[in-house]
Structures are given as structure tokens and as C-alpha cells.
Design a protein around this ligand. Structure first.
Ligand code: PLP
Length: 403
């Protein structure tokens, strides 16, 4: 490997990152990619040979391992094997994909839907296919990285408005030329903070300024709304979002991303999106699992109800213990620690007590706002939540995060 240099800027960047990793490992504070060896029921995992309560899961309704979903995935493998012959447009479209897209459209009360191989790719391709040079894209400051990347890739004028501050968005919309094509994008539930976008005002502003509205429902499907259908149901607004984006990797225990909306929008994406045309279709087992999962959300509404009760118990209990949970109203509960090191140390203390939580540090969140990013799911029982909160409280007092 003599040809590799070590004094250029790329090497310096690599070395700086690896040095940070080394320091974290040396201090026994490295929690990146911890391998889970077993899932034990919906809310317990085996990590490093120890069974822990899982408080870092995105499987909000506890659907991972649901028997009907596993049966559907296995049946798809028996019928189609594990691959899809490549990209959808050449040979890869299976009946399963068509069925899944119909299921998503029905679930979202939309005319049609299209799927992609990940949620990340969905945001990249949808934003960059719909807008480009001379257009304007307006994005909440706390939007997910995949939205930010999609905006940058599009080449459109990228305008970021203050988090959930729709007066700021209004000002920025007013500053843009009336004739420009405009797209406004926000997460429904923000992935690091757990708060909910003010959809009614957003819809009003988009209509007034002739802007298209795209909402990322990664953290609201199964979470918001009486039947778990998401943010429109939460606000009782009906079909008001032009581009209803979501992932198949969180509440839906599979992988992939989707957009639901008007038939003309979906047809356009099918013919113009490079990620659709040039990348392989979802594997059969994953498409079948996702298809089954959407149906189970509607068949087992008690899961949505239980998640809501669990989130309320967790947020209330953590706040009562003296922690700051920002504006979280959902299953994502930030537990503020402050400096990065404190978040790492809290993680170590809490994991040592067999509660699996993970830290989020800068640059993912602003410096000084490092946190445990805990989640609850419908698979937790109230006593498990109480136990986890007690351990978090003990650690918080020991490290001075709370009094
Ligand atoms: C808000 C949001 N959008 C998109 C994604 C990307 O989804 P996926 O993991 O399915 O690629 C995530 C994943 O963490 C997310 O939190």
C-alpha cells in the first residue's frame, strides 16, 4: 500500500475521525454499531451476551418478528426466491411490488404510491427529480440528513427555515420570486427531538404561496393518528400533503421507502426518478413483509393505543425525574445531557444496568445538546418502562445531569 499518502487533506480527514474513534474506544465510551445477537420478544435484546431492555428501537408498534409478517416473508421467498432480476423497469417488477404500492396508497388515502430501495434514497431522488436549477426548496433546519442531501443534490436554491418556526418560513416564501417553482419539506416527527411539525399552518402557507408540500413520515406512520395512519390523521386534516414520503424500515419492519400522492405525480416519478430507473427493486421477502405490516397496523389498532400510553408514561416520568426532554410528544424522547462526554457516560451507566439506550452527539445535534435518544414502543410493558426510567434517574444523579 505504498501508493497511499498520509499527508494530504483526505488522509488528514480520515485520520482525524479515526483518532476520535480511538479516543472513545480507549475511554470505553464507544457505542457505535453494537451488534445485537438476538431479539427476545419485542422489547428485549441480547447485546454482548447480556439481555437488555431495548429503548433504542424504531419498531414503534413492536412488529419485528410478528408471526403473520414472518409467514408472508417466507412465503414470498418460496414463491420468488430472494432476488428480483434487477431494476424494476427491466425485469424486476413483481406482482408483490404492485400489491405493496396499492396497499400503501390505500393506507395513506392517496391515489397511488411508488417504492424505492431505502428511505434515504427516496428523499434524494424525489427532491432532485422534482426541483432543479432556478427552483426553490424550503427545508426545516432539523430535517433528516437524507432531505438535506436531496435538496443539495437537486441544485435548487436551498433555503432553510428555523425549526418549526412558520413565521420564518412565511418570510422566506415571501422573499422568493412569485413565479419560481417552490417545494417545502419537513419531517412529520423530528428524528432527534420527537416533536411534531405544525402541519395546519404549513398547509396554509404552501397554498398561499403556490408551493408543493412534502412531508417525511418516517417517524409518524403507526405513531400519529387514531389508527396510526400518520400526521394528516393526527390533525384531522384529510388529504392535504402533496408528497407523502415514508420509510419501510421503522414501524414497518422491512426496508425501503415510498411516496404516496396523486397518480400524475407517481407516474412522473416512475418515469423520471433515477433511483427508480437505475436501482434494483425491493427483494420479494421485504416487499411481502411491508405489505403485511401495513394491514396489521389496521387489524391490531390496540398497538397504536398502547404506544401512545407508553410514550406518555415515559415522557411524563422522565420529566418528573428532572430531565429536559425538549418538546417531545411522541415515542422519540431526547434526554438532554449537555456535553458529548456526559451523553457517552450516561450511556455507559445505563447500559451497565442492562437498559439499551444510545447517545446522540455533535455534529448530529448542536454542541452542548448531546443526549440519550431513547424510544419506547408498543412492545414495552409499563413496569419495564418504570425500571428503565429508574436506572436513567440513578445514572443522571450520579453524573450530575439531574439533582
Ligand atoms: C426522518 C427520516 N427520513 C428518512 C430516513 C431514512 O430512512 P431509511 O433508514 O429507510 O433509509 C430516516 C432514517 O433514519 C429518518 O429518520
Amino acid at each position: 500500500m505504498d501508493f497511499l499518502r498520509s499527508d494530504d487533506n483526505v488522509s488528514k480527514r480520515i485520520n482525524a475521525m479515526l483518532e476520535r474513534v480511538r479516543q472513545a474506544k480507549d475511554a470505553d465510551l464507544y457505542y457505535y454499531n453494537q451488534p445485537i445477537t438476538e431479539l427476545r420478544g419485542g422489547a428485549r435484546v441480547l447485546v454482548h451476551g447480556r439481555e437488555m431492555g431495548m429503548f433504542a428501537s424504531y419498531s414503534y408498534l413492536g412488529l419485528i418478528g410478528h408471526p403473520k409478517i414472518n409467514v408472508a416473508a417466507k412465503a414470498a421467498i418460496d414463491k420468488y426466491g430472494t432476488g428480483t432480476h434487477g431494476v424494476r423497469t427491466l425485469a424486476g417488477t413483481l406482482e408483490l411490488h404492485v400489491e405493496l404500492e396499492q396497499t400503501i396508497a390505500d393506507f395513506k388515502h392517496a391515489e397511488a404510491a411508488i417504492t424505492f430501495s431505502s428511505g434515504y434514497v427516496t428523499n434524494l431522488t424525489v427532491v432532485s427529480t422534482l426541483v432543479g436549477r432556478h427552483d426553490y426548496v424550503f427545508s426545516d433546519k432539523l430535517n433528516h440528513a437524507s432531505i438535506v442531501d436531496g435538496c443539495m443534490m437537486s441544485g435548487a436554491r436551498f433555503v432553510r427555515f428555523k425549526h418549526n418556526d412558520l413565521d420564518d418560513l412565511q418570510r422566506r416564501l415571501e422573499e422568493a420570486p412569485a413565479s419560481a417553482a417552490k417545494l417545502v419539506i419537513a419531517d412529520s416527527v423530528f428524528s432527534m427531538d420527537g416533536d411534531i411539525i405544525n402541519l395546519p399552518r404549513l398547509v396554509e402557507l404552501c397554498r398561499k404561496h403556490g408551493a408543493w408540500l412534502m412531508i417525511d413520515e418516517a417517524h409518524s406512520i403507526g405513531v400519529l393518528g387514531a389508527t396510526g395512519r400518520g400526521i394528516e390523521e393526527h390533525y384531522g386534516l384529510g388529504d392535504v400533503i402533496d408528497i407523502k414520503m415514508g420509510t419501510l424500515s421503522k414501524t414497518i419492519p422491512s426496508v425501503g421507502g415510498y411516496v404516496a400522492g396523486r397518480t400524475d405525480l407517481i407516474d412522473f416519478l416512475r418515469h423520471a426518478s433515477r433511483a427508480y430507473i437505475f436501482s434494483a427493486a425491493l427483494p420479494p421477502a421485504q416487499a411481502a413483509a411491508a405489505n403485511a405490516a401495513f394491514k396489521i397496523i389496521l387489524e391490531e389498532p390496540e398497538r397504536v393505543e398502547k404506544l401512545r400510553a407508553n410514550a406518555e408514561q415515559f415522557i411524563t416520568g422522565i420529566k418528573q425525574r428532572g430531565f429536559d426532554t425538549l418538546y417531545s410528544e411522541t415515542a422519540i424522547v431526547p434526554i438532554l445531557c449537555g456535553e458529548d462526554m456526559l451523553a457517552y457516560e450516561m450511556t455507559r451507566e445505563v447500559q451497565n444496568k442492562d437498559v439499551f439506550v444510545l447517545p446522540v452527539v455533535s455534529p448530529a445535534v448542536p454542541p452542548g445538546l448531546a443526549r440519550l435518544r431513547a424510544t419506547v414502543t408498543a412492545a414495552h410493558e409499563p413496569d419495564e418502562i418504570e425500571h428503565a426510567m429508574n436506572e436513567i434517574e440513578i445514572a443522571g444523579k450520579k453524573l450530575g445531569v439531574i439533582k
